[in-house]
Design a protein around this ligand. Structure first.
Ligand code: BES
Ligand code: ZN
Ligand code: ZN
Length: 500
């Protein structure tokens, strides 16, 4: 998609040139100056009269009417230079590629240096572009008979820079890996439950392992029974689809030490089981494997960028259905850890699947754990649709995750697990714990429940029930799955062990 070139001349003939412009630019310098001169010193008045806007994220297209060898110019508004940062330029590029795609522009020549400031260097701008281009142009291939013609795609972006060509190329590649990994997660989440069963998810993971040379293991039902994975198996009981426990291993260090465990809830459809969801609550529950998708998206990014880290990904996969064999409220089940669980609500199934996955990740040598799950409606009530809920038993690990999330622009906010919360989870007359202590604060009960299986291993829990999907289009993507946390997890793994 990208080519990087050093020499740039305005006299070269080209279809579309892209230039960044800051607000309150009084004198046009460099390339902007050259463009201004070629346009007969009209840029200032174009800005003044609003034909070209320098406001943050504004995209203005002008035709040069033969005054330049360049046919048209896209000016990308970057706002005030003081407020300018990585996220501003990434969003602006998102808007740019969307506008270009709408206008059926197939190639763009981007003057990268017009986007650079003291704070935001060429590699940052390149990373932002590499990431924004695939994210903002993402479209889920739907199942309409009369699908939109594969319209002309924006397929070639040439980047001109006086900066270090190799560094810029590398940053574009890294950004592109972050963008495309996230898009893969989006596609998994957007795929309907009848087309993405636990078996399909396992096949996808195995294929991914093949592409990036990862070790893998897929446990079948009989093996789970042998290992005593009673919690995941209980969730699967009502289904005709066999469950899978999916494991991917990426080894970037000589020794299998300091292993980061990434665990993703892989409920391919959540009906609620006998504690069935109301009819409106069922719609959208194909997305209940959003945690698994985030982990697989991150593994794709990791597979491409090959950081010097060790990662084990564990995905408990099944749907949560109803039949004469399904598990029921009042049942008592035994998890792989040996802990017994009184089922009070079959719709609180994610924590059950994750309980066994956490135990299994530890068996695979995970020294740190991060689980990602579309776990509770409660987190949506608490934090809405743009902020992921986080819980932890380890400040230091949480700080690392927070930093990664800030770096990629996926907001997380912490919720508490207190002794009182743990008591509520452990309260049962017949078992070691219960899976649904009540509706008051159920996001933290769910997190605390998983914590019981984590025990003393440093751990962060991420509840993405609100953030995994969005109802409205945004700068970096369409409505539907967001692929949230793929990039946070990948950045977290990439930076792990780095000193501050
Ligand atoms: N998969 C749901 C959580 C969810 C809700 C995800 C909305 C995305 C959007 C989860 O398994 C669930 O049903 N949780 C229950 C927990 C309750 C029974 C304690 C919930 O949120 O109501
Ligand atoms: Zn549920
Ligand atoms: Zn669920």
């Amino acid at each position: 998609m990208f080519t990087v070139k050093n020499e740039f001349t305005l006299t070269e003939s080209r279809e579309t040139l892209v230039v960044g412009i800051f607000e309150k630019t009084t004198s046009f310098e460099g390339l902007l100056g050259e463009v201004n001169t070629a346009l007969g010193d009209t840029l200032a008045s174009l800005v003044k009269e609003g034909d070209v806007s320098a406001k943050k994220g504004a995209i203005s297209k002008i035709h040069t009417l033969g005054k330049l060898e360049t046919k048209r110019i896209y000016f990308v508004g970057l706002g005030k230079e003081n407020d300018y940062n990585f996220e501003v330029v990434r969003s602006a590029f998102g808007k740019l590629v969307k506008a270009a795609q709408k206008a059926k522009v197939e190639s763009l020549d981007i003057a990268l240096d017009s986007f650079i400031t003291d704070k935001v260097e060429s590699v940052d701008v390149a990373h932002a572009l590499g990431e924004a281009a695939p994210l903002a142009t993402y479209k889920f291939a739907d199942y309409k008979q009369k699908s939109n013609e594969p319209a002309k795609e924006l397929s070639a972006i040439t980047v001109f820079t006086n900066g270090d060509q190799v560094e810029v190329e590398a940053a574009l590649t890294v950004g592109f890996a972050y963008g495309t990994g996230t898009n893969s997660a989006r596609t998994l989440v957007n795929t309907p439950g009848n087309m993405l069963t636990a078996t399909d998810l396992a096949n996808y993971a195995v294929e991914l392992a093949g592409t990036y040379n990862l070790e893998y293991e897929v446990l079948e039902k009989a093996e789970m029974e042998k290992l005593g994975m009673g919690a995941l198996l209980a969730v699967n009981k009502g289904s005709v689809e066999p469950p899978k426990m999916i494991v991917l291993k990426y080894q970037g260090k000589e020794e299998w030490t300091d292993v980061i465990g990434l665990i993703g809830k892989g409920i391919t459809y959540d009906s609620g089981g006998y504690s069935i969801k109301p009819k409106d609550g069922l719609v959208g529950m194909k997305s209940d494997m959003g945690g698994a998708a985030a982990v697989l998206g991150a593994m794709e990014i990791i597979g491409q960028l090959k950081p010097e880290q060790n990662v084990v990904a564990v995905i408990p996969a099944t749907d949560n259905m109803i039949s004469g064999e399904a598990f029921k409220p009042d049942d008592v089940i035994t998890s792989m850890s040996g802990k017994t669980i009184e089922i009070l609500n079959t719709d609180a199934e994610g924590r059950l699947a994750l309980a066994d996955a956490v135990t299994y990740a530890k068996q695979h040598g995970a020294n740190y754990l991060v689980d990602v799950a579309t776990l509770t409606g409660g987190v949506i009530v608490a934090l809405g649709n743009k902020i992921t809920g986080a819980m932890t038993n380890n400040e230091e690990l949480f700080e690392k995750l927070l930093e990664a999330s800030n770096e990629v622009g996926e907001m997380i906010w912490r919720l508490p697990i207190t002794d009182y919360v743990k008591e509520r989870v452990r309260k049962s007359n017949v078992a070691d714990m219960n899976n649904s202590p009540g509706r008051d604060g159920h996001a933290i009960f769910a997190g605390a429940f998983i914590g019981e299986f984590v025990e003393n291993t440093p751990w962060v829990h991420l509840d993405i029930a609100g953030t995994a999907t969005t109802s409205a289009e945004y700068d970096l993507g369409p409505a539907g799955a967001t692929g949230v946390m793929s990039r946070t997890l990948a950045a977290f793994v990439e930076r792990f062990g780095e000193e501050e």
